[in-house]
Design a binder for this molecule. Structure first.
Ligand code: SOE
Length: 390
């Protein structure tokens, strides 16, 4: 019998639902050293939390996250709340000796992220580990891209071109949900989806962004108040309120290996639902990915004769591809939710091995510093801004 590891999760909106799916499915597809047990779900409303716990597969419901952390049968705390509560919950959980997995971006400010990373470093000394949930690292095609870059197949990296394009708030009547409020979300498209492409670019290349020059914009400045602040599609309430975050963030940057990078994060790219795209151009070839075709990686081998070279599509569903062998026969494809299942698999394995899971809170802090540099540069009229600590 494998030892059990008790999970307690806080929040049950979009991220809570997809994390629940990951915890429910991971043991059925991967041979884990510890058996995850979905012990308790915490939320504010007793009735709604109990209903969500029953639906999502959690044994107990709590209305106070502090009580969830205090439970002896919880060893892992999974934070799926808006960014304004990440720091308080993560610090309390780590100090109580619980491993933590925390949704991205790590925090709402660099100061909070620094405090969280410091507590995580101290906890790691006691064998208590923390991870920030940049789930796209665990999309098989993205993991394969990183592998090939590390193997030198792309050569010296000259360009990274990264975009994260969504369109869910184009309608000016879309309500002022929490993701559009700075005090709750920290920033807008920048922190919500820009953070993903910063992490993805650094993950694939193994390089760091050292400085940026940025533009941000809020296209719709007033919106109807939300009846409830939850989710991506809350209904409208009475009156309007001011949007206090960016709708779009564009920036260019320098990579630690000498290459150049460009980034575009927007919720106003009509027609694009969840297009996380990244292309890497190196001296020996290029790799290209679009989440809207997430089972594919495009590869151009520049060492081939020009008459034969060109981008070719690799279907990343073979048993030898990262993660893919645990699922379906080749060609049957994976979805968004699988990246989270892979994330908790890697997390459990790292905890069992006593090693620090990746991305760590220090990785989350680094992304937070890039976000801060982008905001600073945009505020300073696109002045090139060095990323702190780089
Ligand atoms: C909303 O923009 C959102 O749900 C993000 O918060 C997630 O991190 C991203 O994976 C999908 O879009």
């Amino acid at each position: 019998m494998r030892p059990a590891v008790g999970i307690g999760m806080i929040g049950y909106a979009f991220m809570g639902r997809v994390h629940s799916h990951a915890w429910r499915s991971v043991g059925a597809f991967f041979d884990l050293p510890l058996k995850p047990s979905m012990v308790a779900l915490a939320g504010r409303s007793a009735a709604a939390t109990a209903q969500a716990a029953e639906k999502l597969g959690w044994a107990h419901a709590e209305t106070d996250w502090k009580r969830l952390i205090d439970r002896d049968d919880v060893q892992i705390v999974d934070i799926c709340t808006p960014g304004d509560s990440h720091a308080e919950i993560a610090v309390a959980a780590l100090q109580a000796g619980k491993h933590v997995i925390c949704e991205k971006p790590l925090a709402n400010t660099v100061a909070e992220a620094e405090a969280m990373a410091a507590v995580a470093r101290a906890a790691a000394e006691r064998g208590v580990h923390a991870m920030v949930a940049f789930n796209y690292r665990r999309v098989p095609a993205i993991a394969l891209a990183r592998q090939w870059v590390a193997e030198g197949r792309i050569g010296q990296i000259r360009h990274v071109r990264a975009q994260y394009l969504q369109d869910w708030i184009v309608d000016p009547e879309f309500p002022l949900v929490w993701r559009l409020q700075k005090d709750k979300a920290g920033s807008g498209a920048l922190g919500d989806i820009g953070a993903h492409i910063i992490d993805t670019a650094e993950f694939i290349t193994g390089e760091r962004l050292t400085g940026v020059s940025a533009l941000t914009e809020t296209f719709v400045k007033e919106r109807p108040l939300a009846a409830s602040s939850a989710g991506l599609s809350a209904g409208g309430g009475a009156g309007t309120g001011t949007v206090t975050v960016d709708d779009a963030a564009l920036f260019i940057g320098r990579l630690s290996g000498g290459g150049l990078a460009s980034f575009e994060a927007t919720r106003f790219a009509t027609g694009h639902k969840n297009a996380l795209r990244v292309e890497v151009n190196g001296s020996l070839g290029s790799l290209s990915f679009d989440f809207e075709s997430m089972n594919e990686l495009w590869f151009h081998d520049h060492t081939l004769p020009a008459e034969e070279a060109g981008f070719r599509r690799i279907l990343v569903t073979e048993g030898g591809h990262p993660y893919a062998g645990a699922w379906w026969p080749p060609g049957h494809g994976l979805g968004y939710e699988h990246s989270f299942t892979h994330e908790v698999k890697d997390f459990i394995e790292a905890i069992a091995a006593g090693t620090g899971p990746e991305p760590s809170f220090d990785d989350g802090l680094r992304v937070q510093r890039v976000l801060a540099a982008v905001e600073q540069s945009a505020a300073d009229g696109s002045r090139f801004t060095t990323v702190e600590g780089s």
